[in-house]
Design a protein around this ligand. Structure first.
Ligand code: ZN
Ligand code: ZN
Length: 194
């Protein structure tokens, strides 16, 4: 009797970085500012110890309900970047959640959507986090990457994609785009429209 054997391809499990990054996306879907809906997951020994998403401080109105609180930052080289400052960033909220429940972040790994901003990067360093994994680059993330290197925080980009915004000045877009090129990879500029 002939047996019908169906040989299945060996199932390919996601890597740990891919696994936690997929969870970052679900966490970020709870975000309340549509300039990214960023999420963050902090892990230790391959276990999740804290999460956070971008949103207003607890009890305050959300961007989705009352609009953004936009500020323009003019950099020393004359370029301008626009930022919504109503929200607490996903990384900050994940660190705050750990503080709230008494969870030590010493030696932890932080997963987030984009290269953290300068403020988040400083908090990440001082929280004792030793590794940062991002899905894509951020147009204003150069200083963050510099201080991670100086402080000995390992930094990894899963995709060499740069996020820019429609309301950035043209000089800023061109300047920031070239800043991804030292990696000798082609930077893909992903534009977000509002
Ligand atoms: Zn906003
Ligand atoms: Zn930030």
């Amino acid at each position: 009797m002939k047996r019908n054997i169906i040989k299945e391809e060996k199932y390919q499990r996601p890597s740990w970085d891919e696994y936690f990054m997929e969870i970052v996306k679900m966490v970020g879907s709870r975000g309340t500012c549509d300039r990214g809906r960023a999420g963050c997951v902090i892990t230790k020994n391959k276990r999740i110890i804290s999460t956070g998403y971008v949103g207003s401080p607890v009890g305050l109105p959300h961007c989705d309900d009352i609009g953004h609180e936009m500020h323009t930052v003019i950099h020393p080289d004359g370029t301008r970047t626009r930022h919504c400052i109503r929200t607490t960033h996903a990384e900050q909220n994940a660190i705050c959640q750990a503080a709230r429940f008494g969870v030590a972040l010493e030696g932890a790994t932080l997963y987030c959507k984009m290269t953290p901003c300068y403020t988040c990067a400083k908090m990440i360093i001082n929280a004792g986090i030793k590794r940062v994994v991002c899905e894509q680059d951020y147009h204003d993330g150069t200083r963050s990457k510099e201080i991670f290197a100086e402080a000995g925080v390992q930094f990894k980009l899963l995709n060499n994609v740069m996020t820019t915004y429609d309301d950035m000045s043209p000089e800023d877009k061109s300047t920031k785009k070239t800043e991804t090129e030292p990696d000798n990879q082609i930077a893909i500029v992903k534009k977000i429209s509002f």
